[in-house]
Each structure stands twice: as C-alpha cells, then as structure tokens.
Ligand binder design. Structure first.
Ligand code: SF4
Length: 307
C-alpha cells in the first residue's frame, strides 16, 4: 500500500525510523515535510496528490471526521509524577480543583487524580466541547466546559509542559491557575497572565479603530477552514461602511501578510490561537471574531458621538 506519513514538528525527528519500519512490511512510504500543527491539519491534499491510499498522522488523536483513510497514532508520554507533591503548597486552602492535561498524558490522569484525592482535594475533570475526546483532555482550541466549572472550583490545575495548552482555559476563567510541569519539575501559578492578555486584546481593538480595510484570514487546513464565518465577518464589516477582503492560505505566512500594505487590520477565522499567540508577528492588529465585533461596536459609537 502507498502511505503518506505526517508528523508534528516535535516528532519529525523520528520520521525515517517509522518510514523504514513500514517499508519493511511491504508498503511504499512517502513522508510529508510540510509544517504540521495539529490533527486539524491533515495532509490529505498531499496524500491524494502522491496517490497514497492512506495517511498515517502521528502525534494527535482524531480531531474531526474526514472523507479519507486516516490512521491516527497518538503519542503518549509517561511523565514522572515526582512533581506532584510540590504543587500541594500552592493549593493550600483550595479544596476543589479542576484537573486537565493534553492527549500525551490523559492515560496518567487517574493516577494524578488519586494523588490529589489522597491529599484531601475534590477533583473535577473538564468535559470536552467538541474537538477533544475524553474528560480532562484539553486542546489549544478546546478547553471544554472550564467557563462553567469556574463557578464551582477553587482552582485549576494543568498537568503538562509549557503554557500553550492551558492558556485558552486560563483566559476563560477567574480562579487560581496552576501549571504542574513534569519536564521542568516545578509547579507555578500563571494567573497574572490573564490581565496581560486582556490588556493586549484591548490594545489591539483600540489600534484597529481607525482601520478602513480589513483582511479576513481563512486557512485551507481541513480542520480550520471556516469560509462561513469569513463571509459573515466580511458582511458585518461592509455593513459598517468599511472594506473587507477574504485572504486564503494553507499555512499563514506572516511575512507575506506584512507585505499586504493596503490592509489596516486582519481578522482571524483559522486556528483560534493565532489571534492570541501570533499577534506580534504582524505589523497591523490581528483580531479574533469577538475582538472585531467589539471594534465595530466602538467605531459605530464614535461615529454617533461625532454627529
Ligand atoms: S489549537 Fe489550533 S493547531 Fe491546535 S488543534 Fe486546535 S485548531 Fe489545530
């Protein structure tokens, strides 16, 4: 069988090993060298182009249904749990916690949950909203029902490396938020980042108020493509008497976007994290759909006041 292999950036270093194994089993193997950001980003076009009968996507669980033969090979990590005791100090006086992690560690959730329960905590797991598959799992674009749980827990605890994954949940909640990182072997609070992000979001909205031309970004990645939203936003902008165009790309290239000097602001409809994590890579404001709505509201208010 002809197979296309696809790896996220962190696993590309193992591509040859997997290719040779599948070749030894009698398959013809081709490796995708394109950047890969998640299971939202299946290389189906490449697979079809090279005549592959199957795409093997490493590192992620299924994200959305596609009409192609895809085998998912999720990547799990048995991280050391030695870091857990050091998190208890930071959870003093906080009785009920919401525990979450990524697909790499969901198989360790029961063990982590037991640890906290044995140390007197009541543990809740967030429920996925759509793209994540199991309770307690989060994705950069699916924080589950954390906003609802915010009312009933005293703190949120993310087990895993870095802050990419818990950032979305952090911005939707108000309670103490702890990252328990087994790779750095430390537990630390990230609550103060909420205010920083709110200020940055406000700054982007204010910076876009004089914009006349808006570029609406659409990604052709199969799990990110949202032309319906893009058209809706275009209509909203035009109804406000401003100009908008839809800009389409597979992987958004910020240097190319910076060359599109006619646009005063950009609006994201692709991976929701782009308008949070990549704003500094563009010289013009990069808004989420919600931020655009707020900007248009303020523009209308300013016009009314000027009459
Ligand atoms: S956070 Fe973005 S890149 Fe990651 S799975 Fe979601 S849409 Fe894809």
């Amino acid at each position: 069988m002809r197979i296309l292999l696809q790896f996220p950036e962190g696993l590309k270093q193992e591509a040859l090993k997997h290719a040779k194994k599948l070749e030894a089993e009698g398959n013809e193997v081709i490796i995708s060298a394109s950047p890969t950001f998640g299971a939202c980003d299946l290389a189906i076009d490449e697979a079809k182009k090279v005549g592959a009968e199957k795409l093997v996507h490493f590192g992620h669980a299924e994200f959305h249904h596609v009409d192609f033969n895809v085998e998912y090979v999720p990547y799990t990590i048995d991280a050391s749990l030695d870091v857990l005791p050091s998190s208890l100090d930071q959870l003093k006086g906080l009785q009920t916690i919401c525990l979450m992690t990524t697909i790499q560690h969901v198989h360790q959730l029961e063990q982590i949950r037991r640890f906290y329960e044995e140390n007197g905590k009541k543990v809740l797991l967030n429920r996925p909203n759509g793209f994540a598959k199991v309770n307690g799992q989060i994705l950069g674009c699916d924080d589950g029902n954390v906003m609802v749980l915010d009312r009933s827990v005293d703190a949120f605890v993310y087990f895993g490396g870095g802050i990419f994954h818990p950032l979305g949940a952090l911005l939707q909640t108000t309670k103490p938020f702890l990252v328990v990182d087994p790779f750095q072997n430390r537990a630390y609070r990230i609550d103060e980042m909420r205010e920083r992000h709110r200020k940055r979001s406000r700054g982007k909205i204010l910076a876009s108020l004089k914009s006349k031309n808006f570029g609406i970004l659409v990604s052709t990645k199969n799990g990110q493509y949202n032309m319906v939203l893009a058209k809706l936003l275009k209509k909203k902008i035009e109804q406000s008497g401003l100009t908008a165009a839809i800009l389409v790309s597979n992987t958004l290239d910020f240097d190319s976007l910076n060359n599109m000097l006619e646009f005063d602001a950009f609006v994201n409809t692709a991976c929701p994290r782009i308008a949070i994590d990549d704003t500094e890579r563009l010289r013009k404001p990069l808004l989420s759909a919600n931020e655009l709505t707020e900007a248009l509201r303020l523009i209308a208010e300013t016009r009314l006041a000027a009459r």
